[in-house]
Design a binder for this molecule. Structure first.
Ligand SMILES: [Zn+2]
Length: 395
């Protein structure tokens, strides 16, 4: 399987990236030409809505750039391809942040790392997810690095939309934009790659609104399906303000548990590794001089857990939005498929008891809650206000 197979439903972008890889290559021996650096763009901005596969596309591009197969760049099985995809290639830096924004101290080391020539690969690739999570001062540090890159360094910045990145950065990047893939293309991948049943895969792909990772989890994990079922049942269960407040607390609890399950194992491993590095066994008491390092790690982990919870909550909001979108589809008699075909009963009940205007207002309320969560409002407050707006109201 080539590295491009995972970039689902993005034919145009894949064609652009493949052409760039070809341009960056030289003769049949596969060795880079002296001027290959000039043929290649040194900074790329890969944008697309959540779930469109930004980081998948960026990794595939990085792998194809490093690939050592002379005939098929991005072969998917050479060492350069496999290590890049696994995140262990020495010349591919995968940069993300668990925080709400990158700190300037996280960016500075990257800038100096980007100045070095690749140690073994064809390129030094700086792959940055969440390039939108940067304040202007931090962006300016990055800008200098992007403006004058060494001949064999390439930056791949990912963000939801070009507007999320400062104009100064944007204007120095070549932009490619991903779209949300057709659910059928996603289902196809799940069938081909993971051997899932076609009907289960298609239902999951629709429910996940074409988010590949989510669709795969829904199709394979009964607990994930159960959480989704409970979430979609919330709007029909709310009768008054009391229920709304209760539902908000429940949603926060579910998301905290979800995020905890996702981060707990990794936290324990990291802590054990740090203690080993510091020469301490888990049981022994650390000398005071070393306690600071452990505390630092614990603080980082706490921040990461907070972000994970916000991401889980945001995903829940997106699912609620899709539910009301379906309600509106029924209310307006539009001839399009339901996202939540697996929750058609809920959709029908909500559609019957309300008007399209109320549905639109509820969608607005969910949108406002998402914005407030992104803006660091206490999650419970944001979700409570939303739930209250979702309760049945006289029109
Ligand atoms: Zn390869």
């Amino acid at each position: 399987m080539s590295v491009w197979d995972e970039v689902v439903g993005q034919e145009r972008v894949v064609a652009t990236l493949r052409a760039a890889v070809e341009a960056s290559r030289a003769g049949a021996d596969g060795a880079p030409a002296a001027d290959a650096g000039r043929a290649m763009t040194h900074a790329w901005l890969i944008t697309g809505p959540p779930g469109s596969g930004r980081s998948v596309a960026a990794r595939a591009f990085a792998a194809a750039l490093q690939c050592t197969d002379p005939d098929e760049p991005g072969c998917g099985h050479c060492q350069a391809c496999t290590t890049t995809l696994a995140g262990t290639h020495a010349d591919v830096a995968l940069v993300g942040t668990e925080k709400v924004v990158f700190s300037i101290d996280e960016i500075r080391p990257l800038v100096s790392q980007a100045q070095r020539s690749p140690s073994q690969g064809r390129w030094r690739v700086m792959l940055m997810e969440d390039a939108d999570r940067m304040v202007e001062r931090t962006s300016n540090v990055l800008l200098k690095a992007i403006e004058e890159p060494p001949p064999r360094t390439v930056w791949l910045l990912c963000a939801p939309s070009p507007e999320d990145v400062l104009t100064t950065i944007r204007s120095r990047c070549r932009a490619v934009h991903l779209r949300v893939p057709d659910p059928r293309a996603v289902a196809d991948l799940l069938v081909r790659r993971d051997g899932l049943d076609p009907q289960v895969a298609l239902t999951a792909a629709r429910a996940a609104q074409s988010h590949v990772g989510l669709a795969r989890r829904l199709a394979r994990d009964p607990q994930a399906r159960e959480r989704r079922r409970r979430l979609l049942g919330v709007p029909t269960a709310i009768r008054g303000v009391g229920d709304a407040v209760l539902a908000a607390a429940q949603l926060i609890d579910i998301s905290a548990a979800d995020a905890k399950a996702a981060t707990e194992e990794r936290d324990a491993e990291e802590k054990a590794a740090l203690l080993r590095t510091l020469g301490a066994d888990a049981g022994t008491k650390l000398p005071p001089a070393l306690r600071g390092q452990v505390r630092q790690l614990e603080e980082d982990q706490k921040r990461r857990a907070t972000r994970a919870q916000r991401d889980v909550l945001d995903q829940a909001m997106v699912e609620l939005l899709s539910l009301y979108r379906d309600v509106l589809v029924l209310q307006l008699g539009a001839d399009v498929e339901l996202v939540n075909a697996d929750a058609a009963d809920q959709v029908r009940r909500l559609a019957e008891g309300t008007t399209p205007e109320q549905t639109v207002r509820r969608m607005d309320a969910v949108g406002v809650a998402r914005e407030r969560l992104a803006g660091n409002v206490a999650p419970l407050l944001a979700v409570e206000a939303m739930m209250v707006a979702l309760r049945p109201q006289a029109s």
